[in-house]
Design a protein around this ligand. Structure first.
Ligand code: ARG
Length: 457
């Protein structure tokens, strides 16, 4: 490959550590697309002849067809996808193939190919996140009035609605969506034409290739162009944050489907049985979504660590970028699809959720708020009095709303009958009309907001 400079070939182990064809063959389409745009520009600028360009273009088309039909023979001796394609081009069209690499290096070539791949994957991820959000919106719409306990420290805190809870995830995935859009916008610059690192002496037109490949503009600094992997890091960061959200939702599905919670029935389509215990239905899909997060976070840390301390410009270390991103992208795609499937098919045990909503003295804050609103007490004092009421209910083994007016008057004599208006879970939820709160009308507003926002983007 390297012509006169080398007297002997590489050691077998060198070939093994050096070759990337095993995984970068995934970039064949991007590589051919980039070469095609580069050749067209070279011809337009008079750097190669029109005849050579025609040959190159024809050869590249043949190679694309060979790869897609499984006929192409990849060789590890040729290291990577770039050399494999170029070598085949030489076999097909002869000496004109040698002109394709004018004013280009594998350094800008790989930066381009990988960027194109990550850009497309970002677009796919954007679609998958949208699909999950739409699924969540559909469920939230149905559960705007479904009562459930809201938790802090996984202890019952205050009654909320399931619709409200699901909308919290819509907010998270909405931010993931916007992070993906941001990352896409920043990565949308073409590194092609930076050559090895310093640019080229040929009269190239980088604006032409940038445009042909759908980039906003060419990158501005040739050294940065070949040494930057921020686009992959940003994709991985946004992927890791999204996976973290998926993992939290997966965890709730695992908890909620236990016999102890019994808030939901897992769909058969996303669970498995046990080989020994016939009664079991396990939340495997949710568990695997939770676990993929570890793997995705690992990819982010791996690439950050690969990049740290690399001197400018290109170093072979950067070849290790691809497998991390390929793996994380596939894991996220699978997780998003599995989660959308689970959310779409979940069966909700509304009665169980409602009963749980009233447990754990969940309307205690409502009592304290009532004391402030109706009797003008400072909140801290109301908090203290309510604590006594909870202790009394605990002693009588009943809910706050089951205490009699006489009971409540022993705690604070000025309490009146209408306190019972706020002690039920329904009333508690309806009263939380503050912007972003759990009252059904507020949750409907949140759902509306997201439906409009998705329709716009
Ligand atoms: N296979 C290499 C990679 O993935 C392509 C670039 C090689 N460049 C070089 N100067 N050896 O990074």
């Amino acid at each position: 490959m390297w012509g006169g400079r080398f007297a002997s070939g590489p050691a077998a182990i060198m070939e093994e550590i050096n070759a990337s064809i095993g995984f970068d063959k995934k970039l064949y389409k991007e590589d051919i697309k980039g070469s095609s745009a580069h050749a067209a520009m070279l011809a337009a600028q008079g750097i190669i002849s029109a005849a050579d360009y025609d040959e190159i273009e024809k050869g590249l088309k043949t190679i694309l067809a060979e790869i897609e039909s499984g006929k192409f023979v990849f060789s590890r001796k040729l290291e990577d996808i770039h050399m494999n394609i170029e070598a085949r081009l030489a076999e097909l069209i002869g000496s004109a193939a040698g002109r394709l690499h004018t004013a280009r290096s594998r350094n800008d070539q790989v930066a381009l190919d990988f960027r194109l791949w990550v850009r497309e994957e970002t677009d796919k991820t954007i679609q998958s996140i949208r699909h999950l959000i739409e699924t969540l919106l559909g469920r939230a719409d149905q559960e705007v009035e479904t009562l459930m306990p809201g938790f802090t420290h996984l202890q019952v805190a205050q009654p909320i609605t399931l619709g409200h809870h699901l909308m919290a995830y819509v907010e998270m995935f909405g931010r993931d969506l916007s992070r993906m859009h941001d990352a896409r916008e920043r990565m949308n610059e073409s590194p092609l034409g930076a050559a090895a690192l310093a640019g080229t002496s040929f009269p190239t037109d980088r604006f032409m290739t940038a445009k042909a490949l759908g980039f906003r503009e060419p990158t501005r600094n040739s050294i940065d162009s070949v040494s930057d992997r921020d686009f992959a890091l940003e994709f991985l960061s946004a992927t890791a944050i999204c996976a973290t959200h998926l993992s939290r939702l997966a965890e709730e599905i695992v908890i909620w489907s236990t016999a102890q919670f019994n808030f939901i029935h897992l769909p058969d389509s996303f669970s498995t049985g046990s080989s020994i215990m016939p009664q079991k239905k396990n939340p495997d899909a949710a568990e695997l979504v939770r676990a993929k997060t570890g793997r995705i976070n690992g990819s982010l840390i791996a690439l950050l660590t690969i990049m740290k301390g690399l001197p400018l410009a290109y170093s072979k270390d950067m070849q290790e970028d691809k497998e991390q991103v390929f793996d994380a992208a596939q894991s996220l795609e699978l997780s998003l699809a599995a989660m959308a499937g689970m959310i779409g098919d979940l069966e909700i045990n509304r009665d169980v959720m409602k009963k749980a909503a009233g447990s754990g003295y969940s309307t205690a804050t409502d009592l304290a708020d009532w004391l402030v609103r109706k009797l003008g007490l400072p909140f801290r004092e109301a908090h203290h009095i309510t604590g006594h009421a909870v202790a009394l209910a605990e002693k009588k083994k009943c809910n706050l709303s089951d205490l009699t007016l006489e009971d409540l008057k022993t705690v604070y004599p000025d309490i009146t009958e209408d306190v019972f208006d706020v002690l039920s879970v329904e009333k508690s939820v309806q009263s939380r009309k503050s912007y972003g709160g759990t009252a059904p009308q507020e949750v409907r507003r949140q759902i509306d907001y997201w439906k409009k926002r998705l329709a716009k983007a």
